[in-house]
Design a binder for this molecule. Structure first.
Ligand SMILES: CC(C)(COP(=O)(O)OP(=O)(O)OC[C@H]1O[C@@H](n2cnc3c(N)ncnc32)[C@H](O)[C@@H]1OP(=O)(O)O)[C@@H](O)C(=O)NCCC(=O)NCCS
Length: 140
């Protein structure tokens, strides 16, 4: 599991119980998975096909820094199977685990197209520091 992106939880990310809104976290995961899948499949046009059961392990709060991790489970002909875990940066406590996320590479008509990739490509994904998404100004 590689953790490429960090997120700072800001006031707008909270639900009415002052915890991180689950939908916001899923949006971050979907975006991260799309970038990762595009890099791994070496294809610009990819779509979310399937997201398995989602386990919200612990809640996260204002000011927490989260790390979003992804790993390849398997390559298909047109698809990519991934696993995702989001954890607290400081404690490494799991916040959410998604056992299976499937993205499919598509052509201009939106039809599945073979991506031709069979192995994980670490060189094509950004390093942690290049891809940091920490929003420093919480006051804004
Ligand atoms: C993605 C999409 C093009 C696939 O079309 P499809 O007719 O299901 O295509 P196929 O049956 O040929 O399947 C394509 C691949 O997806 C996989 N797949 C299909 N249904 C799946 C499912 N329920 N779970 C996991 N993988 C699935 C297939 O195994 C296949 O993988 P492979 O080629 O690596 O073996 C089509 O379902 C679609 O456009 N969905 C909407 C995507 C979207 O808009 N996502 C954003 C959601 S807001």
């Amino acid at each position: 599991m590689k953790y490429y992106t960090r997120r700072f939880i800001r006031p707008n990310d909270l639900n009415t119980s002052n915890r991180l809104f689950g939908g916001q976290l899923l949006s971050w995961i979907d975006e991260e998975a799309a970038i990762y899948a595009s890099c791994q499949m070496k294809h610009d046009h990819v779509v979310t096909k399937y997201i398995s059961e989602i386990d919200f392990k612990t809640s996260a709060r204002l000011g927490d820094i989260l790390e979003i991790g992804l790993e390849v489970v398997s390559f298909g002909r047109t698809s990519l199977n991934m696993r995702c875990e989001v954890r607290q940066k400081k404690s490494h406590a799991a916040v959410i685990i998604v056992d299976r996320i499937v993205f499919v590479s598509i052509d201009k008509r939106g039809k599945p197209i073979p991506h031709g990739q069979i192995t994980t490509r670490e060189e094509d994904v950004p390093t942690f520091t290049q891809n940091e998404k920490i929003v420093a100004n919480m006051a804004s």
